[in-house]
Design a binder for this molecule. Sequence first.
Ligand code: HEC
Length: 176
Amino acid sequence: MSRQKSVPFKSLKLLSAAAVAILASCAAPGGDHEAHVYPSSPAAPVGMAHSQADDPRVLVHFPDMLRAHTLANMRDHLLALAEIQDQLARGAFDKASDIAEQRLGMSSLGLHGAHDVAQFMPQGMQAAGTAMHRSASQFAIVAKDASVTGDVKGSVAALAKVTQTCVACHAAYRIQ
Ligand code: HEC
């Protein structure tokens, strides 16, 4: 019809092609790299079940209170990432380092009641949690060094590694 209609139609087509590509890469069973990180059947503890065919994540059963507590922790993880990025942008490497160590790093294990939660997790999920704590403590060291060297790139790269550990666990497990 009119010229005005054909332009949005073209961009719609592009958008939907992109969406299909993204969906396809997410859905490919065993084809995406996350699936290789956590192969289909980690040592299976009580209370673990495989989810529906359209959701490849492993469903892990937590007691209700622990589930709510875990999700609240998760929201704080995201907040911590935002605060770290904000401090990095200001060149406040020391602050970024402290937030990472205390809220996400090895020092945060007590804070999160990690021991209580860990007993309900399959081994692969525990490993994913440990990877997150380790990478955050590693970032904390890199960012501390950066307060002397001013190495922004190294800090950003170390922070990306932390975010990748969030992504890896989310790709493999769910608790609701
Ligand atoms: C050991 C596994 C694991 C790691 C590591 C992990 N998460 Fe999660 N996270 C989960 C699970 C499981 C859920 C619930 C998802 C579901 O059941 O659909 C979740 C949910 C969340 C939610 C949603 C909370 C809500 O109220 O629904 C946020 C936000 C989140 N995570 C942020 C993060 C961030 C940021 C990181 C990294 C710094 C991270 N998580 C690392 C397992 C993990």
